[in-house]
Design a protein around this ligand. Structure first.
Ligand code: PLP
Length: 320
């Protein structure tokens, strides 16, 4: 599969019009004061199904031929991509089968079922979810749509940054949450075309720093399944498509720990009145940590999602 480019992000934006929300860009005087910079939060926690992943999923399914759409789609996911595929498939009249870890947050399992997806569970520590999804796709003649390593998924995710630059103009830096790299790669494509001087950073969990290791090694490094509250970034490696785009267009990768994520989650709840899931806090936590370097500058932050078990969320924001 060839690497996607900015034209693919633009085409995805056209396909998403009228289907995805154009999410708000929110400001916070308190955040600006704390960072010493002007922060622009692109709030994908307000996207349909609660995360940016609707963008890539819808774009990928919309691009299938009518025959492929009739045969259905299959995917594997730790949560949000599952909901995104289920919702996008339903909207396009396509059937969806989703391989999900049996220990995925209850809210995510329930939401995926609620959107009409058929769920097949697996044990994330012992079973290869990708192989299982591939087998199901083969048996049913369905199309496998992976969560990040797919040109149409990457292009779709990039529309989040495209909208941000359209709305606020050029930025000096952009911080993006990093799991498998679909969001980061897509946003980097948009940034390079729309704000060539913008430094793009990926932010991943300290416990799962395979992206950072890969950038340093110049090849895709695979790690063991990391333990972190950022369940949407428990990926073990970047993709064959996301890695080359990230290597070429991303300035650097930063890491934050779970305590940083909890602090950002509490900040969003208390000061911006928003529910943001742990993974959705990665970019903000990274931006706050890197803020001294961007003093007085314009900084974008992708808030990637808000799907979280409310009891867990209450525990995190209530502690300390
Ligand atoms: C999937 C996800 C990420 C990571 O996205 P990748 O494209 O895998 O890098 C970040 N935040 C949220 C909320 C997600 O659902």
């Amino acid at each position: 599969m060839p690497l996607p480019g900015f034209v693919d992000v633009q085409a995805a934006a056209g396909r998403l019009r009228g289907h995805a929300h154009r999410t708000p860009v929110l400001r916070s005087a308190t955040a600006d004061a704390r960072a010493g910079a002007s922060l622009f939060f692109k709030c994908e926690n307000f996207q349909r199904m609660g995360a940016f992943k609707f963008r890539g999923a819808f774009n990928a399914i919309a691009r299938l031929s009518p025959a492929q759409q009739r045969a259905g789609v299959v995917t594997f996911s730790s949560g949000n991509h599952a909901q995104a595929i289920a919702l996008a498939a339903r909207e396009l009249g396509v059937s969806a089968t989703i391989v999900m870890p049996s220990d995925a947050p209850a809210a995510k399992l329930a939401a995926t079922r609620g959107y009409g997806g058929e769920i097949v569970t697996h044990d994330r520590f012992t079973e290869d979810r990708e192989a299982l999804a591939q087998r199901i796709a083969r048996e049913r003649g369905a199309t496998l749509i992976p969560p990040y390593d797919h040109a149409d998924v990457i292009a779709g995710q990039g529309t989040a940054a495209l909208e941000l630059f359209e709305e606020v103009g050029p930025l000096d830096a952009l911080f993006v949450c990093l799991g498998g790299g679909g969001l980061l790669a897509g946003c980097a494509l948009a940034a390079q075309a729309m704000a060539p001087d913008c430094a793009v950073y990926g932010v991943e969990p300290e416990a799962g720093d395979d992206g950072l290791q890969s950038l340093r090694a110049g090849r895709i490094v695979t790690i063991a399944v990391p333990t972190t509250i950022a369940d949407g970034a428990m990926t073990t490696h970047l993709g064959e498509l996301t890695f080359p785009i990230i290597r070429e267009r991303v300035r650097d990768i930063l890491t934050v720990d779970d305590a940083d994520l909890v602090q950002a989650m509490r900040f969003f709840a208390e000061r911006m009145k928003m529910v943001v899931e742990p993974t959705g806090c990665l970019a903000a936590a990274g931006a706050f940590a890197a803020a001294p370097r961007w003093h007085g500058r314009r900084v974008g932050v992708i808030v990637s999602g808000g799907n979280v078990d409310l009891a867990a969320w209450a525990g995190w924001i209530g502690a300390g």
